[in-house]
Design a protein around this ligand. Structure first.
Ligand code: C2E
Ligand code: MG
Ligand code: MG
Length: 746
C-alpha cells in the first residue's frame, strides 16, 4: 500500500468539482444537474463519503454503494456519531489509515490509500480510498472521497508477487546453473548453482568475475561466437557443450540450453539459459572414444584409428604431391618370449617397444598397434627412400637395445616391410598388404631387417598362404614322414641318430622343416605334429633289432611345447605305446627355450629326465642363452651348431671357438656332438679338440626309416675303428651327398 504522491492542486471537494463540471446554466438546469449528480453518486460503484475528522472519522454522508461494498446501509454508518466506519477497517491497517488522514488533513491535500475492511459478513476486502481533506476555517477538517473495492486487483498482485517469489526461489535454489544475459553476452543475473559450478562463492562475484574476463569463459574462444551465431539464427541453443574455465583455472565441460526472451510486444529482452556440469559424462565418453580407437595395453592408436590417420595422411600427401611411407613392423622373437616368460612379461615388452617406436618418430607420424606383436608406422614428409631407410635403421637400432624386465634382459629385433604411397598402392588396404608382404620378405631374408615392397613379394606371400593352407591337411593326408640321420663316434661307429621331419605335398613338393615348423607353431599345429613325430619315432626305433636296437634316437622339440607343460605326458604316451626303452629317447631342445620361465622349463626337463629320457641342447651357440644356464638345466648332450663347424678347418677363429665350446661342454660332463660335418678335414679338427660324436653328410644324409635300419646294421657290423673318413656309407647316400654338394636338396 502506498501513500498518494504530491497533491495535484487543491481546487475544492470532489462533490464541489462535480457540481462545477455540471455547472447549470439556469435554475432549471441546476435542478437537472443535481439530479444527474445524485444519480451518479447513487450508482457509483464504491462508496462516496464525506466525513469530519474530529477525534476520529465521523461520517456525515455516504453513498448507497456502501451497501454493496461493506454490507451495511449507508445510514447504519452515518447514524449516531457516524464513527462506525473506522471499526470496519482491518485492525492491522487502522493506525496507518488514521495517520494518512491526519497528515492529509493537516496540509489540506489529496491522499490515496489502500487498506483492508472487514465487511458485515466477515469477508475481508481490499479498498482504495482516495480523498481530499479540506481545512475549513474554524471548523474541524472535512474529508470527501471515494472508497472502491480493489480486492481483485490486489489479489492478482499478491498472486503475482507470490508467483514471482516462487520463481525467484526456483532460480535461486535450483541445482542447475541459470543465467540471463544481454544480447551481446553481458550477464544480467545468475544463480547460486551457476556460481558454485564456476567456482565463485555467490552470484555477485560471478557476475563481476565474468565481466572481468569477458570472452575467456570458453577454453576454445570460437565457442563464444558459435553460441552467439546459433542463438541469433535459431533463437535458442540446445545441448551446447563446451569446455570452460572455472575461477580457479580448472577446466570443466558444461552443457548449455538457452533461448531468447521477448516481451509481450515482441521486443527482445534477454537470453536466459541453464548450465549443467557434464564433465563426468564427457570424460566417460572420451574414455570410450579412446578405448574404441586405441590399444588398451600400449595406448597407441588401434587399427580403427590407423585407418583414419592413413586416410588423412593420404589426403594431405595427394594434395601436396608428397609421399607417405607405411611401415609394417613385426617383432622377431616376441612369440618365444611370450610363450616362455609368460604374457605379463610379453605385455611389458610390447609396452617398452611401443614407447621406443613413438620416441623414434616425429609428432606428425603415427605409431599404431596392429595386432599381437605387429605395429604399423605412418611416416610423413619423407622425401626419398633413403630418408625412410635412415628412419627405419634408427628404429631397428632402438628396438634392438636390450629391454630389462625384472631379472630378464630381453633382446628383440624388428623385421620391417615398407610400402610407399602412391608408388605401391593408392588405398589403405593395398598399402597395408604390400607392407605386410615386404615384412615377410624381410623376415625370410634373416630377421631384424627391413625391405621395401616390390611386386615380387606378392609371390612370397601367396606361397606362404599356400603352405599355411596345405599344412592343415598334411598330417591327416599322410604327407608327413620321418627321416633319420645317424650320429657316429670318433671311431666311425654309429652311436645314435636324429629324427628329422619331412613333408612332401602334392603341388608344393618337398618342404624342409625350417619352412613349415615356425608356421605350425604360429598356427597352433605344433602340438599335433610333435605327437605324430614322437609316436612315429618311438615306433620305428622300437623295431630296430640287434645292436641298432640299443642306440638312442633324438627327436627335435619346439620350445613352444614347454609353455603348456604337456610335453612329459606326450613323451610318456609315446614310450608306453611303442614299448621303447626311455633311455633310447633323446629330446633335442634349442636355446630359445632358455630365455623362458626357467623354473617351469627346468621342471619339465627334470620330469623328462625322471622318465629316463636324455636331453640334448641343439644348435648350441646360435641362441642367446647365458652360459650359466648350462649348469641349471639337466642336459646330457650338447650339439655344436653347424655354423661353427663349417669353417673350423679353414679359419683360426672358428677353430678357437669350436675348441672352447667343446672343452667347456666336456668339462661340464656333457657328450659333445658336432653337426653338419661335410668334410673329413672338419672331422679331423673336431676329433682333435675332443669332440665325442659327429653328424653330417660326410657320414650319411637323413634317410627313411627302412634305410636307416639297414645303414645302422651295416655300420655296426662293419665299421672300422682305424680312423675317420673311411666310414661305410650306403650307395644311395653317396649320390644324395653329391647332389647336396651341387646345391640341390639332400
Ligand atoms: P637340427 O635339429 O639342427 O637338424 C639338423 C639339420 O641339419 C637338418 O636339417 C639336417 O638335414 C641338416 N644337416 C645334417 N647334416 C648336414 C650337413 O652335413 N650339412 C648341411 N648343410 N646340413 C646338414 P633339416 O632336416 O632341414 O631340419 C632343420 C631343422 O628343423 C632342424 O635342425 C630342427 O631344428 C628342425 N626340425 C627337424 N625335424 C623336426 C621335428 O620333427 N620337430 C621340430 N620341432 N623341429 C624339427
Ligand atoms: Mg636337432
Ligand atoms: Mg641343430
Amino acid at each position: 500500500m502506498e501513500q498518494a504522491g504530491a497533491p495535484q492542486g487543491n481546487s475544492g471537494s470532489i462533490l464541489a468539482r462535480l457540481r462545477r463540471r455540471l455547472q447549470p446554466a439556469s435554475a432549471a438546469a441546476d435542478s437537472v444537474g443535481s439530479q444527474v449528480l445524485a444519480l451518479l453518486v447513487d450508482n457509483l460503484e464504491g462508496m462516496v463519503f464525506r466525513c469530519i475528522l474530529q477525534g476520529g472519522r465521523k461520517l456525515v454522508f455516504i453513498s448507497p454503494g456502501c451497501l454493496h461494498l461493506t454490507g451495511f446501509e449507508g445510514k447504519e454508518l452515518t447514524q449516531g456519531d457516524g464513527a462506525r466506519y473506522p471499526s470496519l477497517i482491518h485492525p492491522e491497517d487502522r493506525e496507518m489509515v488514521q495517520g494518512t488522514l491526519e497528515a492529509a488533513a493537516e496540509f489540506g491535500r489529496r491522499y490515496q490509500i489502500e487498506y483492508r475492511i472487514v465487511c458485515r459478513d466477515g469477508q475481508v476486502k481490499w479498498v482504495l480510498e482516495r480523498g481530499l481533506a479540506e481545512q475549513r476555517s474554524g471548523g474541524p477538517p472535512v474529508i470527501e472521497g471515494l472508497v472502491e473495492d480493489i480486492t481483485e486487483r490486489v489479489q492478482a498482485q499478491i498472486e503475482l508477487a507470490e508467483a514471482e517469489l516462487r520463481y525467484r526461489s526456483i532460480f535461486e535454489h535450483s541445482e542447475i546453473g541459470m543465467y540471463q544475459t544481454t544480447e551481446d553476452g553481458q550477464y544480467l543475473a545468475a544463480n547460486q548453482a551457476l556460481s558454485t559450478l564456476l567456482g565463485y562463492s555467490n552470484p555477485a562475484e560471478l557476475l563481476a568475475g565474468l565481466a572481468a574476463r569477458a570472452g575467456q569463459f570458453y577454453v576454445d574462444p570460437a565457442r563464444r561466437s558459435d553460441y552467439r551465431q546459433q542463438i541469433r539464427e535459431l533463437g535458442r541453443v540446445t545441448g551446447f557443450e563446451s569446455e570452460v574455465v572455472r575461477e580457479d583455472g580448472a577446466r570443466i565441460w558444461v552443457s548449455e540450453d538457452a533461448h531468447a526472451v521477448y516481451d509481450t510486444q515482441g521486443n527482445f529482452r534477454c537470453y536466459e539459459g541453464t548450465v549443467v556440469d557434464v564433465t563426468e559424462r564427457h570424460r566417460y565418453e572420451e574414455q570410450l572414444e579412446f578405448q574404441a580407437t586405441h590399444d588398451v595395453l600400449t595406448g597407441l592408436p588401434n587399427r580403427n584409428l590407423l585407418q583414419d590417420r592413413l586416410h588423412q595422411a593420404i589426403g594431405l600427401a595427394s594434395r601436396a604431391g608428397a609421399k607417405v611411407a607405411l611401415a609394417f613392423v613385426d617383432l622377431d622373437n616376441f612369440k618365444v618370449i611370450n610363450d616362455t616368460l609368460g604374457h605379463a612379461t610379453g605385455d611389458l615388452l610390447l609396452v617398452a617397444v611401443a614407447g621406443r617406436l613413438v620416441a623414434c618418430l616425429r609428432e606428425t607420424d603415427t605409431v599404431a598397434r596392429y595386432g599381437g606383436d605387429e605395429f604399423v608406422l605412418i611416416l610423413m614428409g619423407q622425401p626419398g627412400l633413403s630418408d625412410i631407410a635412415r628412419t627405419l635403421e634408427r628404429i631397428q637400432e632402438t628396438v634392438a637395445d636390450p629391454v630389462v624386465i625384472g631379472e630378464h634382459r630381453l633382446h628383440v629385433r624388428a623385421s620391417i616391410g615398407i610400402s610407399v604411397y602412391p608408388d605401391d598402392g593408392e588405398d589403405l588396404n593395398l598399402l597395408l598388404r604390400h607392407a605386410d608382404a615386404a615384412m615377410y620378405h624381410a623376415k625370410a631374408e634373416g630377421k631384424g631387417r627391413f625391405a621395401f615392397y616390390t611386386g615380387a613379394f606378392n609371390r612370397a606371400v601367396s606361397e606362404r598362404f599356400a603352405i599355411e593352407t596345405a599344412l592343415r591337411g598334411a598330417l591327416a593326408g599322410g604327407e608327413m614322414r620321418m627321416h633319420y640321420q645317424p650320429r657316429v663316434n670318433v671311431a666311425g661307429r654309429a652311436c645314435g641318430c636324429e629324427a628329422l621331419l619331412r613333408w612332401t605335398h602334392s603341388s608344393l613338393g618337398g618342404l624342409r622343416p625350417d619352412r613349415f615348423i615356425p608356421l605350425a607353431e604360429e598356427m597352433g599345429l605344433i602340438h599335433e605334429i610333435t605327437e605324430f613325430v614322437l609316436t612315429t619315432v618311438c615306433r620305428d626305433a622300437a623295431e630296430w633289432g640287434g645292436d641298432a636296437g640299443l642306440l638312442p634316437v633324438a627327436v627335435n622339440v619346439s620350445s613352444r611345447l614347454f609353455a603348456d607343460g604337456r610335453l612329459p605326458q606326450l613323451v610318456r604316451n609315446a614310450l608306453r605305446q611303442s614299448g621303447l626303452a626311455a633311455n633310447r629317447l633323446e629330446i633335442e631342445v634349442t636355446e630359445s627355450l632358455l630365455v623362458g620361465n626357467i623354473e617351469h622349463t627346468a621342471k619339465q626337463l627334470r620330469d623328462l629326465r625322471g622318465l629316463g629320457v636324455r636331453i640334448a641342447l641343439d644348435d648350441f651357440g646360435t641362441g642367446y642363452s647365458a652360459l650359466s644356464y648350462l649348469r641349471k638345466f639337466p642336459f646330457d648332450v650338447l650339439k655344436v651348431d653347424r655354423s661353427f663347424v663349417t669353417e673350423c678347418d679353414q679359419c683360426e677363429d672358428a677353430r678357437a671357438l669350436v675348441r672352447a665350446i667343446v672343452s667347456m661342454g666336456t668339462a661340464l660332463g656333457l657328450t659333445v656332438v658336432a653337426e653338419g660335418i661335410e668334410r673329413s678335414s672338419q672331422l679331423a679338427e673336431l676329433a682333435a679338440v675332443g669332440c665325442a660324436e659327429f653328424q653330417g653328410y660326410l657320414f650319411a644324409v637323413p634317410m627313411p626309416a627302412q634305410d636307416i635300419a639297414l645303414w645302422l646294421r651295416r655300420n655296426l657290423a662293419g665299421a672300422r675303428l682305424d680312423g675317420p673318413g673311411t666310414l661305410p656309407m650306403p650307395e644311395g647316400a653317396k649320390i644324395r651327398l653329391q647332389r647336396v654338394a651341387e646345391g640341390g636338396s639332400e
